[in-house]
Design a protein around this ligand. Sequence first.
Ligand code: NAD
Length: 332
Amino acid sequence: MKIAFFSTKPYDQISFTAANQHHPHELVFFEPRLDPTTVALAEGFPVVCVFINDELNEETLRAIASTGTKAIALRCAGFNNVDLQVAAELGLAVVRVPAYSPYAVAEHAVGLILSLNRKLYRAYNRVRDDNFELNGLLGFDIHGKTVGVVGTGKIGLCFAQIMKGFGAKLLAYDVYENPDCLALGATYVPLHDLLAQSDIISLHCPLLPATYHLINAESLQSAKPGAMLINTSRGGLVDTRAVIDALKSGQLGYLGADVYEEEEKLFFQDHSDRVIQDETFQLLQSFPNVVITAHQAFFTREALANIADTTLSNIDDIEAGRECINQIKPQS
Ligand code: NAD
């Protein structure tokens, strides 16, 4: 099938071209993201392949459906950027990659914890500057601390397994209890209790209407003073202004974020020769106890290969008219 890829980078072209040796599709790579201003590029392509920050709103969906697109292949797990109701009305199939490497994201979350706790970003710069002073680099043992896992699906479970290896006590919050997480010794508690007791809180649930701004001024009030918040899930889970206030007051001791609510205007692009206009982001990254990475938690060789293979297999199913297990439909 002829597939128009949007928001592509050189690494997408490499991984998809390699995987396509086993799937004879015609791949056309575009750099711009798909949104109402770029829909013309999709004309005549039965499939568009998109990533997390492409904008599949009603306007985009109506435009691509009117010019021959039949399916949207998300090369990611999250699908909060697609209006599923409108896609269903237009008969557009939406498929995704529900799992490609939970290890990649869980390990990055742990990387953020270690970076913040042991101040590795400061230490790196100090040593390069021939400054071997330790003042200001004091961390804490993770062993014996309480780690709260919000969302215990594939990534949350993997994260919990790693934290168990550190010797942490595990608390969990989810709408469903995961038996594998219980088997690790995690205790499921209400969100309020998890926040109140955890030294480290890590978010691994999807962005849904129910989870939008799960971390807000009120929930931060119930957090253990000085706790560390890690968000490798979606920016919209966190009210950034409330987090800034909590960081300023000391209620929140650290923030590690791989995602940001307004990230589509910033991430995956080089802004180093421009002045960033997002004052909230600028303020956030000015704190000494904040580490932000630009949505790179998924970014491992293994994950890219799995993403490409599953995406093209999903498109094989669509082409053959087979049921695709990775198709997503609006909740009734
Ligand atoms: P998953 O579906 O396996 O797990 C999600 C868990 O969240 C499930 O156990 C589910 O029951 C739970 N959940 C749903 N609604 C909830 C609610 N209201 N409150 C608490 N828990 C709730 O998904 P996963 O593969 O573990 O991925 C988790 C999230 O990680 C994705 O939704 C995505 O947003 C994010 N993600 C980020 C990156 C990255 O590069 N930063 C990469 C992949 C995924």
